[in-house]
Design a protein around this ligand. Structure first.
Ligand code: ZN
Length: 455
């Protein structure tokens, strides 16, 4: 147990009580250099969750986030819940309640509802490749100028002919669930040995040069020690554009499984820090987060406070350069702090002018000019929604340390600023567009508990 005799409150918020799922008072508390989220339910008492191992980083990032994301920007990225059908039945699935509840979304419904292009649509579901008309849906959405990604367990992509059809439909990116190089892990998380079929599917995607984001569900004492090995693997595969390390979430139907195996993104950062002997670490990620918060707020786009990012640039033979080996982070951090000091006093426009004024300093911060030029091209493509550019295999590999909202880590101020929305059919068969997937997941958890008679 942690001794909280010497703690202090960083901020107050609201969160769900993990037992009764009522909104209750919550606080982020600093104790012995760590940060805990404490919920106080009048009926079920206190629950504490460790959310960050370094209170000083946490406070700085929280401050930078509040300055840049004080207003809630419009949502531009949505999960599209195409079907409740799945070819797997993973015990950890947080969407298991929907399987008998919801129906497919039809092309006609999409035609009626999606009139204005969204920046990114991620085709989602239990398993979207279970829909026979998936290629037609992708083509239809691409014609309407959406950026279209597919979130899949990848099993159907082990068939090369099918993977070719998906490529021909012009999909932009594939989010591919890949948890481990060890079949015991798949047996535990997914109830099946899946390594062979996953490898086959990944090979097909490599052959077809389709950009892939590996989505790794990381569970403490199960596959957390593989974080480094997966990173090494991705350093040698240019078609893998990102690694998304998702800290396991206790939510929906999977809520009672593996209760002691919960990690926060911060813990996964620690694992990769140990593996890379500090070449990637929390302090460097902190600087990049500040840059990202500022950049996204200038574009008026959302980013989630619980999710952290970093980049490496792949060289030959699995070698790589970290972002701070490409740009001088000391110089960069000074300029970012200047922006964050100015913005609350003078407003965003003046702070942007300050960045322009400081651009010579930033220019001198660039250590690897050629790589930086490539980076600016990518940022340009991102700013102007040029999906075509992002589609190319790139030497850049993005690292994402993420988690989703569950009752334990729920914080209303974070869930309300969720970086992704949800388009789905409700229990009455009506098509709904929810701008905050975080709030949607929490509501699903409440529904799931009511259904199973737990509350
Ligand atoms: Zn309660």
């Amino acid at each position: 147990m942690n001794d909280f005799s010497d703690c202090r409150i960083i901020y107050e918020t609201k969160g769900l009580c993990p037992v009764c799922c009522q909104w209750v008072d919550a606080q982020a508390i600093e104790n012995c250099g760590k940060v805990f989220l404490r919920k106080t339910c009048p009926e079920h008492g206190q629950s504490d969750l460790l959310i960050c191992g370094d209170a000083s980083s946490f406070r700085q990032l929280r401050e930078a986030y509040l300055i840049t994301h004080n207003e809630i920007f419009p949502q531009s990225r949505y999960l599209l819940y195409l079907t409740p059908v799945c070819n797997m039945s993973c015990p950890i699935c947080f969407l298991s309640r929907q399987k008998d509840q919801k129906q497919d979304i039809t092309l006609e419904e999409l035609n009626k509802t999606l009139s204005t292009p969204k920046r990114e649509l991620i085709l989602f579901g239990a398993e979207p490749t279970c829909r026979e008309d998936l290629p037609q849906i992708i083509e239809f959405l691409k014609r309407r100028q959406f950026s279209v990604s597919l979130y899949t367990n990848g099993l159907n992509l082990s068939d090369l002919e099918y993977a070719k059809v998906i490529k021909a439909a012009n999909v932009d990116k594939i989010y591919f669930q890949f948890d481990s190089f060890n079949d015991e892990v798949y047996e535990k998380l997914r109830q099946k040995k899946l390594l062979d079929i996953k490898n086959k599917a990944l090979n097909n995607l490599k052959l077809l040069d389709i950009p892939v984001v590996l989505d790794i569900t990381v569970v403490n004492d199960l596959n957390d020690h593989e974080v480094g090995k997966i990173f090494d693997f991705a350093c040698r595969q240019n078609h893998i554009s990102a690694l998304n390390f998702i800290a396991y979430v206790r939510s929906g139907g999977g809520s009672e499984f593996l209760n002691d195996n919960v990690l926060m993104p911060d813990d996964i950062i620690k694992r990769i820090g140990d593996y890379t002997q500090g070449r990637i670490n929390r302090d460097k990620i902190k600087v990049y987060q500040k840059l990202l918060y500022i950049y996204m707020s200038i574009l008026k786009r959302r980013t989630c406070f619980y999710i952290q990012y970093f980049w490496v640039y792949r060289r030959d033979e699995g070698e790589y350069l970290t972002l701070d080996e490409i740009i001088d982070f000391g110089k960069l951090d000074n300029v970012l702090d200047g922006y964050l000091r100015l913005a609350p006093k003078t407003g965003k426009m003046f702070a942007i002018a300050y960045l322009v004024f400081k651009s010579p300093v930033l220019l001198f911060a660039l250590k690897q000019r050629r790589i930086c030029f490539e980076m600016f091209r990518m940022a340009f493509a991102h700013s102007f929604n040029k999906a075509e550019y992002a589609k190319k295999s790139s030497k850049f590999l993005q690292l994402i340390f993420t988690t989703a909202c569950d009752p334990y880590k729920s914080d209303i101020n974070i869930a309300k600023r969720c970086h992704v929305g949800m388009i789905y059919k409700n229990d009455q068969g009506e098509l709904k567009i929810d701008d905050e997937n975080g709030m949607y997941l929490l509501q699903e958890e409440i529904n799931s508990k009511i259904m199973s008679g737990k509350i």
